[in-house]
Structures are given as structure tokens and as C-alpha cells.
Design a protein around this ligand. Structure first.
Ligand code: HEC
Ligand code: HEC
Ligand code: HEC
Ligand code: HEC
Length: 156
């Protein structure tokens, strides 16, 4: 064969070798298809522990039990039992060290994001009892009349 055939072939072989060398140096040894197989399993195994060690902003309602057990009891036996505390009070981070106190939001906006009566039927959202915020006791805070931790109308 002529030189003009060989030369480009050497170039291609050279590029392939360069790519393989680059991969050998830069791809971590624990990268690969792990337990979950070839479909979604490609990741660096040590990355799992790195994410587990990552401090979460949200702690979950059980975390509040240690110091606010009265509130946890109250909410968990109310109609709001499925709402995590932090959904209304914001992420706990390292509370009570930092921040010392969590937010107490008494705005109507906190409640009407779930309780505005929708005029069109929708999925499960319509099952939440709704009011028309432009008519229902306008200008007053919801928590003046409703207990956010135990909102049953019978307890009012
Ligand atoms: C280790 C104890 C501890 C834990 C756990 C804890 N808190 Fe607190 N929390 C406190 C202390 C102490 C204060 C300050 C109390 C004060 O000044 O009245 C506080 C204040 C608050 C306040 C403000 C109260 C006010 O009157 O201004 C809210 C709201 C609150 N916590 C919600 C939560 C929620 C929600 C959780 C769970 C995600 C939680 N806390 C977990 C100890 C704790
Ligand atoms: C639906 C929203 C909502 C949820 C869910 C909720 N809170 Fe509250 N929380 C409020 C509002 C609003 C106030 C202010 C009440 C007021 O003005 O009387 C408040 C007040 C508080 C206070 C301080 C005032 C007090 O009553 O002593 C603490 C502490 C608190 N919440 C903790 C919790 C904890 C712990 C949970 C979860 C178990 C929780 N909250 C769940 C909305 C909520
Ligand atoms: C994340 C959504 C959500 C937020 C935020 C929320 N609620 Fe609710 N609320 C619900 C759900 C869900 C129910 C229970 C519906 C059921 O029992 O079927 C409920 C029930 C109620 C009820 C009882 C209604 C009845 O007909 O018995 C009242 C009153 C109420 N909430 C007031 C409030 C107030 C006041 C706030 C603000 C402090 C608030 N809610 C914030 C979802 C929410
Ligand atoms: C002045 C007191 C007062 C204020 C303020 C108030 N409510 Fe009410 N709310 C009531 C009373 C009383 C009822 C029961 C009778 C009725 O349906 O009007 C009620 C009923 C409800 C119901 C049940 C509706 C149903 O069809 O089952 C929801 C949900 C509700 N309120 C949410 C809110 C929200 C959200 C706010 C703030 C945006 C708010 N309320 C402000 C007094 C109040």
C-alpha cells in the first residue's frame, strides 16, 4: 500500500491511544457500572458516601420532637398531620444553634397557597377545603381564628 494510506491510519491509531491514556489517567478507578447494572448504574462509588455526608438543610419533623414535643403531638393528631413542620417554618439547618429561632410566618399567603378554592376541578388539590381569599375575613391573619397546628373547625 502507498504512504498516503498508511499515514492517516497512524494518525487515527495515535488518537485512539491518546484517548485511552487520557481515560486511564483521569477516570477514577471506582467509576463504573455499580450494583444497579448498566442502565443507570454509571457513577463513582465513593460519591455515594460524599452525598451521604453532605449536611441536609431539612431535618424532618421527628427532629423537632426533642424540644417541641407538644407541637409535634398536636400537629400529628390534627388534619395538618401530613404537613412537615419545615414546610411552614422553613429549613431547620442547625437550629437552635444557627438559626436560634425558625421563622413564624403569620401571613395569609402561607395558608392560601393550599386553601384557595379552585374554580376548575383538578387532581387531588381540590380535596383540600378551600376558601375565597378575596372574601374570607379579608385583612385578618388566618391564625387569629384558626390554629395552624390543629385547624379542625370543631376546635375553634
Ligand atoms: C435542641 C432543641 C430544639 C430542636 C431540636 C428544635 N428546636 Fe425550635 N427552638 C428551640 C429553642 C431553644 C428556641 C427558642 C425558644 C424561644 O426563644 O422561645 C426555638 C424556637 C423555635 C421557633 C420560634 C418560636 C418563637 O416563639 O419565636 C420555631 C418556630 C421553632 N423553634 C420550630 C422548630 C422546628 C419546626 C423544629 C424541627 C425542624 C425545631 N424547632 C427543632 C429548640 C429546638
Ligand atoms: C400549616 C403551617 C404550620 C405547620 C405545619 C406547623 N406550624 Fe408551627 N406555627 C405556624 C404558625 C402560623 C404559627 C404562629 C401561630 C400564632 O400566631 O399563634 C406557628 C407557631 C409555632 C411556634 C411558636 C409559637 C407557639 O405556638 O408556641 C412553634 C414553636 C412552632 N410553631 C413549632 C412547630 C412544629 C414543631 C411543627 C411541626 C410539628 C409546626 N410548628 C408545624 C404554622 C405552622
Ligand atoms: C401544604 C398545604 C397546607 C398548608 C400550607 C395549610 N394547610 Fe390547612 N389543610 C391542609 C390539608 C391537606 C387539610 C386537611 C384536609 C382534610 O382533612 O381532608 C387542611 C385542613 C385545614 C382546615 C380544616 C378545614 C375543615 O373544613 O375542616 C383549616 C381551617 C385549615 N387547614 C387552615 C389552615 C391555615 C389557617 C393555614 C395557615 C396557617 C393552613 N391551613 C395551611 C393543607 C394545608
Ligand atoms: C375572623 C376569623 C377568621 C379568619 C381571620 C379566617 N377564618 Fe377561616 N373560617 C372562619 C370560620 C368561622 C369558619 C367556619 C365557617 C365558614 O366556613 O365560614 C372558617 C372556615 C375556614 C375553612 C373551611 C372551609 C370549608 O369549606 O370547609 C378554611 C379552609 C379556612 N377557614 C381557611 C382560612 C384561611 C386560609 C384564612 C386566612 C387566609 C382564614 N381562614 C381566615 C374564621 C376565620
Amino acid at each position: 500500500m502507498k504512504n498516503h494510506v498508511w499515514r492517516p491510519l497512524f494518525v487515527v491509531i495515535g488518537v485512539v491511544i491518546a484517548i485511552l491514556l487520557f481515560r486511564a489517567v483521569y477516570v477514577p478507578s471506582d467509576f463504573g457500572a455499580q450494583d444497579r447494572g448498566y442502565t443507570f448504574g454509571y457513577h463513582r462509588l465513593s460519591n455515594e458516601q460524599e452525598w451521604k455526608d453532605y449536611p441536609g438543610k431539612y431535618k424532618g419533623s421527628d427532629y423537632c420532637r426533642e424540644c417541641h414535643d407538644d407541637k409535634v403531638e398536636e400537629v400529628s393528631s390534627s388534619q395538618h398531620e401530613m404537613i412537615p413542620c419545615e414546610n411552614c417554618h422553613g429549613a431547620a439547618f442547625d437550629h437552635p444553634d444557627d438559626p436560634e429561632k425558625l421563622v413564624i410566618d403569620r401571613s395569609r399567603g402561607l395558608c392560601i397557597r393550599c386553601h384557595t378554592k379552585l374554580t376548575m376541578p383538578s387532581s387531588g388539590r381540590n380535596d383540600i377545603p378551600g376558601i375565597d381569599p378575596t372574601k374570607h375575613n379579608v385583612g385578618e391573619m388566618c391564625s387569629e381564628c384558626h390554629n395552624p397546628h390543629s385547624p379542625s373547625l370543631e376546635d375553634m
